[in-house]
Design a protein around this ligand. Structure first.
Ligand code: IFM
Length: 463
């Protein structure tokens, strides 16, 4: 079996570097009856939205199997578990708190903490309650204020029991894929001509939600032990197809539009300069004071990285992505490009003076896994983790402040528009029995992490 190894002096070996695994609520929880309907329930019910016609009604049945899953996480030897909270499991349509839903997360965090595992919580990983969508969803400014109220409820309930709270996961996907491209929930809300405007408006309200929630969280924790507060964004280095001025410009446009659209307002209070290149009718409505609200200080930035993207010039939109081709693509059709992770980390570090410490909050690969006799030989995933951990090591060596790494994902799960056709887990899930089996990648990470743990314990004993 392949191993994962790190240079012996690597910062990733230090006890203060956090290793974890990650999931999200809609992708694993199931128990549809225990929560309000969310936009993904509605979207999955529409024809031709999900590749295999599936939904998250049962998913990995995590709500009923969470104790088994906590044991699994603990067995892996990780320091931390990153998961998201389903807003509609915690706040009912009438605004009351759903006590049993909230208690689920309290019990989860307590059980993790009893095993010495930190909880890293994300408040919003795409499952907007349908009752808010019915009032306009992210196109309605009010949703941002409801998000801040929900954040305060979570702060009150989980408070200083958790290591970190991230407001949003990949708002780019919520706004761009959900509204502009329309391939994620809630799906197209307008004719093609108005979708870009709607995408930008949803993005602006997501940014506002982030700012208002951070403000509420800071106020809540003013007198007490605060978890680290931040946000999780997805990044992909944008490369030109060739070195023509048009393609170079397209790649820069895409970089600002995809990578900087959220981070720059959060860190500086301004949209990137390509904002000015958007036709006036595509720009979001911004109220006075919004940009200052969005510009809250961050304790950490969560970086999700999977692959790079290649762009060429396009008359109509300024840029167009060029899908990867050739050998060695993942089952998502994504290129394995580990040095892109070092590249984007260095580029963010040089672009922003006030870049907060970074956690790699998602990194992983979908492969065509088969469980044969309780064995899943996912050698490609082992190689992927190996090369990407070295890419993180390289970035740290070059001065980037990176505090942790979370593998995506703890287990196979509902991959949004791809349904259950993509397996991102280090643990294989047989959806007909819900049986979980450690893939070879999980065993390789486990070996690395348990060896690391025993070295830390040995050092503690000496001290
Ligand atoms: O599964 C998703 C996750 O929900 C958000 N980041 C990307 C992953 C893989 O597509």
């Amino acid at each position: 079996m392949k191993k994962i190894t790190l240079p012996s002096q690597s910062a990733l070996n230090h006890a203060n570097f956090t290793f974890g695994v990650a999931t999200s609520s809609y992708q694993i929880e199931g128990d549809r009856a225990g929560r309000e309907t969310c936009i993904w329930d509605t979207f999955c019910n529409q024809p031709d939205t999900i590749k295999d016609g599936s939904n998250g009604d049962i998913a990995c049945d995590h709500i009923h199997r969470w104790q088994e899953d906590v044991e699994l996480i603990s067995e892996l030897g990780v320091d931390a578990y990153r998961f998201s909270i389903a807003w509609g499991r915690v706040i009912k349509a009438n605004g009351d708190i759903n006590r049993s839903g909230l208690n689920f997360y309290i019990k989860l965090v307590d059980a993790l903490s009893e095993r010495g595992i930190q909880s890293h919580v994300t408040l919003y990983h795409w499952d907007l309650p349908q009752y808010l969508e019915d009032q306009g969803g992210w196109l309605n400014r009010e949703t941002a204020y409801r998000f801040a109220d929900y954040a305060a409820v979570i702060a009150d309930a989980l408070g200083s029991k958790v290591a970190s709270i991230a407001t949003l996961n990949e708002p780019f996907c919520s706004a761009y894929l959900g509204y502009e491209a329309g391939i994620h929930a809630p799906g197209p809300q307008a004719d093609a001509g108005s979708r870009r405007k709607q995408g930008r408006q949803a993005a602006h309200h997501l940014l506002l939600a982030h700012g208002l929630a951070l403000q509420a969280l800071r106020q809540h924790f003013a007198q007490s032990n605060a978890p680290q507060l931040g946000v999780v964004l997805n990044f992909s280095p944008c490369h030109p197809l060739n070195s023509s001025p048009e393609d170079l410009d397209a790649a820069e446009f895409a970089h600002q539009y995809h990578n900087l659209w959220y981070l720059q307002p959060m860190l500086t209070g301004h949209y990137p300069s390509v904002y000015e290149r958007l036709p006036v009718e595509d720009r979001p409505q911004i109220e006075p004071g919004d940009m200052a609200l969005i510009n809250q200080s961050l304790d950490f930035l969560g970086v999700n990285y999977y692959t790079r993207t290649v762009f060429r010039a396009n008359q109509q939109h300024g840029f167009k992505d060029v899908p990867a081709t050739g050998e060695g693509l993942t089952t998502m059709g994504w290129e394995v490009y580990a040095k892109g992770l070092t590249e984007i980390l260095l580029s963010l570090d040089s672009e922003f003076d006030n870049l907060p410490p970074i956690f790699i909050t998602e990194n992983g690969i979908a492969t065509a896994d088969v469980c044969d006799n309780n064995e899943v030989n996912d050698a490609m995933r082992v190689d992927y983790f190996q090369s990407h951990l070295l890419a993180v090591h390289d970035a740290i060596q070059q001065g980037v402040d990176i505090r942790g790494y979370f593998a995506w994902s703890l287990m196979d799960n509902f991959e949004w528009a791809e349904g259950y056709t993509q397996r991102f887990g280090i643990v294989y899930v047989d959806y007909s029995t819900q049986r979980r089996t450690l893939k070879n990648s999980a065993k390789a990470l486990q070996q690395l992490l348990l060896a690391r743990q025993s070295r830390h314990h040995a050092v503690e004993d000496i001290c």
